[in-house]
Ligand binder design. Structure first.
Ligand code: IDP
Ligand code: MG
Length: 141
């Protein structure tokens, strides 16, 4: 199977709870190769662009406020079938529904503070990698 990249972001609550190391370690142990990594904080405007597809949802403002409330750690992950496998690894959006052993089941607090992001398609992954790592072109295949 062809190698793929996906974009992850450890969200502010998980950063605040000192879970960066454990989450990255889990990601590496399950076969993902970290190709780029940065810690940053999203301005509200940037968070709103990232989550533009949800702009009409009732939770949008809460989501944007939360996502800009503190630092995030974002990374490009590489693996065969990375997009689909990483979505499986993080689990359902709602941590109460996330399967045992998934990152959200272990580290999420609730639906908003659900610990981590993972791209939902190959197309989104490319777009999101470019969004955070515009300086790195070689990963954008
Ligand atoms: P995903 O992160 O699993 O792809 P999406 O539906 O794309 O889930 O939603 C983006 C983010 O918006 C979620 O990760 C979560 O933080 C937040 N979110 C989604 N649905 C709700 C909700 O019903 N209440 C509060 N926050 C939500
Ligand atoms: Mg999504």
């Amino acid at each position: 199977m062809k190698k793929e990249v996906t974009l992850t972001m450890i969200k502010p609550f998980a950063v605040k709870e000192h879970n960066i190391g454990e989450i990255l370690s889990y990601i590496e142990r399950t076969g993902f190769h970290i190709r780029a990594l940065k810690m940053t904080q999203l301005a509200k405007e940037k968070a709103a662009i990232f989550y533009d597809e949800h702009k009409d949802k009732p939770f949008f403002n809460e989501l944007i406020n939360f996502m800009s409330s503190g630092p995030v750690v974002t990374a490009i992950l590489e693996k065969e079938n990375a997009v689909e496998d990483f979505r499986k690894l993080i689990g359902s959006t709602d941590p109460d529904k996330a399967a045992k052993g998934t990152i959200r089941r272990v580290f999420a607090k609730d639906k908003t503070r659900n610990a981590i992001h993972g791209s939902d398609s190959i197309e989104s992954a490319k777009k999101e990698c470019r969004f955070f790592f515009s300086e790195i072109e070689e990963f954008m295949y």
